[in-house]
Design a binder for this molecule. Structure first.
Ligand code: F6P
Length: 327
C-alpha cells in the first residue's frame, strides 16, 4: 500500500479527447475516496511549470462526465521537452507537496511523464487518452470510440451526396501516424476502402482500390484516408485519381477537429471511469511509471516506456474484412 502518497497532481495534456473529463472525475473521486488529496494542474505541463495548481473537491468534478474537451484545459508544451522546463515543473511539485502525478493524454504526455519520473524519482501514472488509439498495451484509448462514431456519422451523411451525385469521395480523418480511425470507421460506415499509414505506400493502396474496379458494381464510392501532411492526404489521392480517370466526379472532405469534439460515448465514459479508479489502485500497489490500460476487458499496467516505445499494429482481419465487404 502506497501509504506515502498523500497528494497527487492531476493534469490533461496534448490533444483533447472526448472522455478526458470522465477520467478527471474518476481519478479525483477515487483519490478522495482513498483519502488522497487532489491538486488539479491547469493547462498540462505548461501549468505545472507555471504553478497553476488548485485543490479539487468531489464537487469540482460534478456534472462533467458527459462533456467533451477537458475542464483542466490542455496544451502542447515545448518547454517541458527540455531538462530546464522539467526542473521548473519539479519545483511546483515540491512546493505543492505532490507525491505522485497522474497524467491523462497520449504519446507526448507519456514521454514527458517518463522523463520527469526518471529525473526526479517521482511516480507517474498515465491514463491513455487520444483519439488516435496509438498507444501500445491497451485495446483502446479514451476518446477513440467517440471519434470513430463521429466519423461514422459524418460518412453516413456524405454518402447521401455521394450516391445522389454518383461521386467518389475521399474523406480525410485524423490519426497522426496511425490508421485505426480510418480503418475502423471505414468498416463501420461501409466505405469502399481505407488508405492508412500501416500498409504499403498510399499510392499503392490507391492503385489497388482503382485496380479492384471502382465502378464494378457501384455508382458511388467512399474512401477514408488517414491524414498525412507529408504526402498530402485525401487531396493528393483525389488528384491522382482524377488524373488517371478524368471521367469520374471526385470530391474531398476533410473532417478536421470536429473529430475531437462532442460528448463521449458510453464506451469511452466507462473506459475513463475504470482507468481512473485503476490509476489510484496502481499507486496503492506502488507502481511507479506505468500506463493503466484495458486488455481483453481486464485492467493492465504497462510500463510507460513500452506504451510509447512499442508499435501497435492494425488488425489484419479488419483490413481483409473491409476489402471483402467492398465488392
Ligand atoms: O493526437 C490527436 C490529434 O488529433 C491527431 O490526430 C492530429 O494529428 C493532431 O492531434 C492535431 O493536433 P492539433 O490540434 O494540435 O493541431
Amino acid at each position: 500500500m502506497g501509504h506515502q502518497i498523500k497528494t497527487i497532481g492531476l493534469l490533461t495534456s496534448g490533444g483533447d479527447a472526448p472522455g478526458m473529463n470522465a477520467a478527471v472525475r474518476s481519478v479525483t473521486r477515487a483519490a478522495i475516496y482513498h483519502e488522497i488529496k487532489v491538486k488539479a494542474i491547469m493547462r498540462g505541463y505548461k501549468g505545472l511549470i507555471a504553478g497553476e495548481v488548485r485543490e479539487f473537491t468531489t464537487q469540482d468534478v460534478s456534472n462533467i462526465i458527459q462533456r467533451g474537451g477537458t475542464i483542466l484545459k490542455t496544451a502542447r508544451c515545448k518547454e517541458f521537452e527540455t531538462a530546464e522546463g522539467r526542473a521548473q515543473a519539479y519545483e511546483t511539485i515540491e512546493r505543492e507537496h505532490i507525491d505522485a502525478l497522474v497524467v491523462i493524454g497520449g504519446n507526448g504526455t507519456f514521454t514527458g511523464g517518463l522523463a520527469l519520473s526518471q529525473e526526479f524519482d517521482i511516480p507517474v501514472i498515465g491514463l491513455p487518452a487520444t483519439i488516435d488509439n496509438d498507444l501500445w498495451g491497451t485495446d483502446a484509448t479514451i476518446g477513440f470510440d467517440t471519434a470513430m462514431n463521429t466519423i461514422m456519422d459524418c460518412v453516413d451523411k456524405i454518402k447521401d451526396t455521394a450516391s445522389s451525385h454518383e461521386r467518389i469521395f475521399f474523406v480525410e480523418v485524423m490519426g497522426r501516424d496511425a490508421g485505426f480511425l480510418a480503418l475502423n470507421a471505414a468498416i463501420a460506415a461501409g466505405a469502399e476502402a481505407a488508405i492508412i499509414p500501416e500498409r504499403r505506400t498510399r499510392e499503392q493502396q490507391l492503385d489497388a482500390y482503382i485496380g479492384n474496379g471502382i465502378r464494378k458494381s457501384k455508382n458511388s464510392s467512399i474512401v477514408l484516408v488517414s491524414e498525412s501532411p507529408e504526402t498530402g492526404g485525401a487531396q493528393a489521392m483525389a488528384d491522382r485519381l482524377k488524373k488517371q480517370h478524368p471521367e469520374y466526379d471526385v470530391r474531398v472532405s476533410i473532417l478536421g477537429h470536429l473529430q475531437r469534439g462532442g460528448s463521449p460515448t458510453a464506451s469511452d465514459r466507462i473506459l475513463a471511469s475504470r482507468l481512473g479508479v485503476a490509476a489510484i489502485e496502481a499507486l496503492h500497489e506502488e507502481q511507479r511509471c506505468v500506463m493503466v490500460g484495458i486488455k481483453n476487458d481486464e485492467v493492465v499496467y504497462v510500463p510507460l516506456s513500452q506504451a510509447i516505445g512499442r508499435h501497435k499494429d492494425v488488425k489484419q482481419d479488419k483490413v481483409k474484412a473491409l476489402q471483402i465487404l467492398s465488392i
